[in-house]
Design a protein around this ligand. Structure first.
Ligand code: AMP
Length: 189
């Protein structure tokens, strides 16, 4: 299974990625997690990315494509993967397409998690409060920017992948288990 999870911030991509990891025994490749790890380790990449992430803007295509290219080459990704938070721009999607073409391992599906725009800010703030794990980019102003960036730069990927016949959409407003069930159904039917 080679999958992409697509959806705005707060759609539940990370949670559903965990479900896919356990169901298909594939690794989750989250560019956001890798970047946060680089910030924690204070690597040059982390230092360069921090300010951009704190504003809710996108890190350069070059940096994230480098991360993904390296991750796709590691042995645990040989039998599949779920990409969570990548690609986020058409340029990233094109770069990914080239990487996978070179390996002869095309994508199986792009799972789009659909949620109401109005629900997103509230959801993310609830997530932060419940987990006690408040991210620097979870404050309201930054969040609104992240959602705007999603609409402008990432949402066009739905059309990009629809053209390739890969998009499978699920209703992300349902309970977590029901969303997982819907994803399983669209992938296995
Ligand atoms: P996430 O955890 O996926 O919400 O990502 C958190 C932040 O990391 C984003 O707001 C971006 O600043 C950065 N980031 C993660 N993935 C990407 C990507 N594919 N392209 C550009 N920036 C990214």
């Amino acid at each position: 299974m080679r999958l992409i999870l697509l959806g705005p911030p707060g759609a539940g991509k990370g949670t559903q990625a965990q479900f896919l990891v356990s169901r298909y025994d594939i690794p989750q490749l989250s560019t956001g997690d890798i970047l946060r790890g680089a910030i924690a380790d204070q690597t040059p990449m982390g230092l360069a990315a921090k300010e951009i992430m704190d504003r809710g803007d996108l890190v350069s295509d070059e940096i994230v494509c480098g991360i993904v290219s390296e991750r796709l080459d590691s042995p645990d990704a040989a039998n599949g993967f779920v990409l969570d938070g990548f690609p986020r721009t058409i340029a990233q999607a094109e770069a990914l397409e080239t990487m996978l073409q070179e390996k002869g391992t095309p994508l199986d599906a792009v799972v789009e998690i659909k949620v109401d725009a109005d629900a997103l800010v509230e959801r993310i703030q609830t997530r932060a409060a419940e987990s006690g794990n408040v991210r620097a980019d979870d404050n309201e102003e930054v969040l609104r920017n992240r959602i705007a960036v999603y609409r402008e730069l990432t949402e066009p990927l739905v059309a990009f992948y629809t053209k390739r016949g890969l998009v499978k959409s699920v209703d992300g407003m349902a309970e977590i288990e029901q969303v997982s069930e819907a994803i399983k159904n669209v992938l296995e039917k």
